[in-house]
Design a protein around this ligand. Structure first.
Ligand code: CAO
Length: 552
């Protein structure tokens, strides 16, 4: 197979244009006409396509390099005979590019002869049929200047702004985002005076179209067209009207992922948004670290989620009223926030739950007698306070349960702050009791009852809900046998507790009635394995079976 040097084609007067994006890397298989790099002059950016299909063997340019006609971009191991036809195919399209510029005259002439309302039409955009409107910059009532960009249209490889050929007040806009347009389509109606500047502007618009046209197949004629453009697409360093500065392929990528480009900060040359920026932003939204403005406006990420980001089929839309009377109530803020967090944690954590029972007969007897002795103190000791103390002992013995994942590292915490799920009229909240290793069961009970009351009254401060290293969710006061609690990220485990019941337990000789507490330990399988989880539960059971072990 032949090695072929892919070179920068004729870019006219534009020598020394900067390489601002590398769109392929060594080892990639590229198709003929696939964009390889983006170059940028002070007036326009364009993607340089490959003339040859094959595998990239060597990249000869780096970001920031200046290239001109004839500069070798990369070396491709050509795929069979495909190279020659692809290169040949590029030429006619490039050759066709200058034609639209000349064809612009009738459009401009028509505009000039208008009186009264002025119609703004799509200028000649060359071979491009049905290009999509991706941005609209103006609205009725706006004062429009000559050359002001009205909309952006985009094909699969290039985007261009369509400027107004006249000045005036915008009376009516005839297109919206998502529409497709062709040459001659009515874009807008202005009211104002016909400007003498109309003709050059119309020519400029056509030249913009020529840039796009040429860039799609081969940029041979691009520079000539760019030179004539007054307001080129995405002029570097000066994004017009808040238009984010990004190449067409990055825009397309962002649109496919539903990423709002205007919310990104570009890390590329002159703040240009790169594909990496879009990917990083997407990951950040998926992990919950970032919210889009739309999510924030809804009061947080959607509690239900729509699954689109995961490529899932849409959530079923059912007209429930068809089947009977209904009542619709918006979810409260806390439910929405906790819902979004639970959804992320359920999706992102490979969680496993171990169920176990432990004998708390003696501990319950001790708890009841302690409460009797302390009746006057007003502090009631609940099973949950003992569980917190027992968990601290187990967390100290198995420190990975008290850790958090940070990239590829585990952060072990030398403090033991325990969160507990509290059921409140507004939804689930998780207050945190700090330094449980340093506190006795009585103090933990007192703090728990105070925090639970604050949670129910909606008076918990942010500091009282953060910093937990492990969480316990107790349904013991309500009922049930086992359940699978969802880990409260970035923690790596959570203990679910249900109602203890008297059960017949075999002691080796006979069945005896024992008070058995059902435990459900959910753990993050990236950090903890099944054997460690079983050991953690067994140790917890031993402590709860004989609480003196806490002292050991
Ligand atoms: N087995 C049997 N009885 C239990 C028990 C258990 N495991 N845990 C508590 N009880 C009993 C208590 O002893 C108490 O009985 P008395 O009134 O006779 O003394 C009664 O149940 C009520 O206890 P409580 O719920 O008031 O106290 P608590 O310390 O157990 O729980 C709190 C406090 C704030 C955790 C609890 O009120 C609560 O909100 N629980 C719901 C948590 C939740 O929703 N979790 C699910 C989240 S989804 O993951």
């Amino acid at each position: 197979m032949a090695l072929v040097e892919v070179k920068v084609p004729d870019i006219g007067d534009f020598d020394e244009v900067a390489v601002i994006e590398l769109l392929v890397k060594v080892g990639d298989t590229v198709k003929a006409e696939q964009s390889l790099i983006t170059v940028e002059s002070d007036k326009a950016s364009m993607e340089i396509p490959s003339s040859t299909a094959g595998v990239v063997k060597e990249l000869r340019v780096n970001l920031g390099d200046k290239v001109k006609e004839g500069s070798v971009v990369l070396v491709v191991e050509a795929a069979g005979a495909a190279a020659a036809p692809a290169a040949a195919a590029a030429a006619p399209v490039a050759a066709a590019a200058p034609a639209p510029v000349a064809a612009a005259a009738p459009v401009a002439a028509a505009a000039l002869s208008a009186s009264g309302p002025i119609e703004i039409h799509v200028p000649d955009i060359g071979d491009f049929k049905n290009v999509a409107v991706i941005e609209v910059f103006v609205k009725p009532g706006d004062s429009i200047k000559v050359e002001q960009s009205l909309i952006t249209v985009e094909s699969d490889k290039a985007s261009m702004e369509i400027p107004s050929s006249h000045a005036g007040v915008l009376k009516e806009l005839k297109v919206k985002v998502g529409d497709t347009v062709n040459i001659g389509d009515l874009l807008a109606i202005l009211e104002g005076t016909v400007s003498a500047a109309a003709a050059p502007v119309a020519a400029a618009a056509s030249a913009v179209a020529a840039v796009a046209t040429a860039a799609v197949a081969a940029p041979t004629a691009v520079a000539a067209a760019v030179a004539a453009v007054a307001a080129p697409a995405h002029a570097p360093g000066a994004p017009t009207l808040g238009l984010p500065h990004a190449s067409p392929s990055v825009r397309k990528f962002a649109r496919e992922l539903g990423v709002p480009l205007e919310e990104l900060k570009g890390s590329g040359h002159k703040g240009r948004i790169t594909q990496d920026d879009v990917q990083t932003f997407t990951k950040s939204v998926m992990s919950g670290a970032t919210q889009t403005k739309a999510q924030a406006a809804k009061g947080g990420a959607s509690a239900g989620g729509d699954g689109a980001a995961l490529g899932l089929i849409p959530w079923p839309k059912v007209d429930f009223a068809k089947f009977g009377p209904i009542e619709r109530k918006e979810m409260g803020r806390i439910k929405k926030i906790s819902g979004a967090n639970l959804l992320r944690n359920a999706i992102m954590i490979p969680a496993v739950t171990n169920h176990d029972d432990c004998d708390i007969t003696d501990l319950e007897a001790f708890r009841v007698s302690t409460n009797k002795e302390n009746e006057k103190s007003g502090v009631k000791v609940t099973m949950l306070a003992f569980l917190i103390k027992a968990c601290v002992a187990a967390l100290k013995k198995y420190p990975e349960f008290n850790s958090s994942l940070d990239g590829d590292a585990l952060v072990y915490k030398n403090y033991w702050h325990i969160g507990f799920a509290a059921d409140t009229p507004n939804g689930l909240m998780v207050p945190v009791i700090r330094d449980c290793d340093k506190k006795g069961v009585l103090q933990i009970s007192a703090e728990m009852s105070e925090l639970a009351k604050k949670a129910r009254d909606g008076k918990l401060g942010p500091a009282e809900m953060t910093g937990a290293t492990f969480t316990i969710s107790s349904l013991g006061g309500i009922g049930g046998k086992y359940f699978t609690p969802i880990i409260n990220a970035p923690e790596v485990a959570i203990l679910g507790v249900c109602k203890s019941t008297m059960e017949p337990v075999w002691n080796g000789k006979e069945f005896v009635p024992r008070l058995m507490l059902p435990l459900s330990l959910t753990w993050d399988h990236r950090v903890i394995d099944g054997a460690a989880a079983a050991r953690f539960n067994a140790y917890l059971g031993q402590i709860l079976g004989d609480f003196r072990r806490v002292l050991l």
